[in-house]
Ligand binder design. Structure first.
Ligand code: SAM
Length: 259
């Protein structure tokens, strides 16, 4: 186990501190018999604490050098899926019960992983993950700040986001170059109802395409000059504003007006 060669390419920074582990599992509020997914059990420090709570645990791990270690430690107590979480067919693992995700995520998959979570948001009761601090700040950003963007809007559209705490590099082995943070995501009960979500997100993405440009300029990519003039005259949203100054409600107004 000590000879294990860490793979940077797989984001292998293993947590050393059991207090942090307990804090993460407490925030997730893991209950007996609850369905939990852990992404990347590594050598199992978080896995062990999750099993202490007697949950039904499914772990996804991509690195075949780790399987013998995990199997030796947890044998038949977990459902180990030897697959890349981004390539796995999540539908196969869903049941009627909602699932909690608790993980110290490999950082290079953070965004694609979270977008996949968003696509299946109704299947999860809570998501508690360790990610890079910088990404956590973007997810938790306030309107008008430099961190505010498509990722912020998307995550906050589906989830109530909470920035829980920051974790310093020395608490991992090997230490990462940047600070990390734990965030929790709880599905919103007041999620806005939008007829054409795909088109809504297209408008949001285009509004941020060039952050320095006014909405009027960015939107020209999807709507005609004439429509822009009409939109401006409607007075609903001032198109000389920049995308980063619009909150969720205002983006919804923009979408309704364009539609
Ligand atoms: N949970 C352990 C801990 O906290 O010490 C390890 C966390 S480490 C940051 C990330 C883990 O995810 C590693 O075990 C790595 O092999 C695994 N991993 C990396 N990419 C993955 C992927 N696409 N699918 C599943 N597991 C992955």
């Amino acid at each position: 186990m000590n000879n294990f060669h860490h793979k940077k390419s797989l984001g292998q920074h293993f947590l050393k501190d059991k207090n942090i582990i307990r804090k993460i599992v407490n925030i997730a509020g893991v209950q007996e018999n609850e369905q939990v997914w852990e992404i990347g059990p590594g050598k199992g420090i978080l896995t062990e604490e999750l099993l202490n709570r007697n949950c039904k645990l499914t772990c996804f791990e991509i690195d075949d050098n780790l399987y013998p270690i995990i199997e030796e430690r947890f044998s038949d107590r977990i459902n180990l899926i030897k697959q890349d979480i981004l390539k796995a067919d999540w539908q196969k693992f869903f049941s009627k019960e909602k699932i909690k995700i608790v993980a110290n995520l490999p950082y290079q998959i953070t965004s694609p992983f979270l977008f996949k979570v968003v696509e299946n948001a109704d299947k999860f009761s809570k998501v508690v993950v360790m990610i890079q601090k910088e990404v956590a700040q973007r997810i938790n950003a306030k309107v008008g700040t430099k961190d505010y963007g498509v990722l912020t809007l998307k995550m906050q559209f589906y989830f109530n986001v909470s920035y829980e705490f920051t974790v310093k590099p020395h608490l991992f082995y090997p230490p990462p170059k940047v600070d990390s943070a734990v965030i929790s995501l709880t599905p919103r009960v007041d999620k806005p109802v939008i007829e054409d979500e795909k088109y809504f997100w297209r408008i949001v993405e285009i509004s941020f395409r060039n952050r320095r440009k006014m909405l009027r300029r960015n939107l020209r990519e999807i709507i005609s000059k004439e429509k822009i003039v009409k939109l401006n005259e409607s007075g609903h949203i001032d198109l000389s504003r920049r995308g980063e100054t619009l909150n969720e409600k205002e983006f919804i107004i923009l979408y309704e007006t364009i539609k």
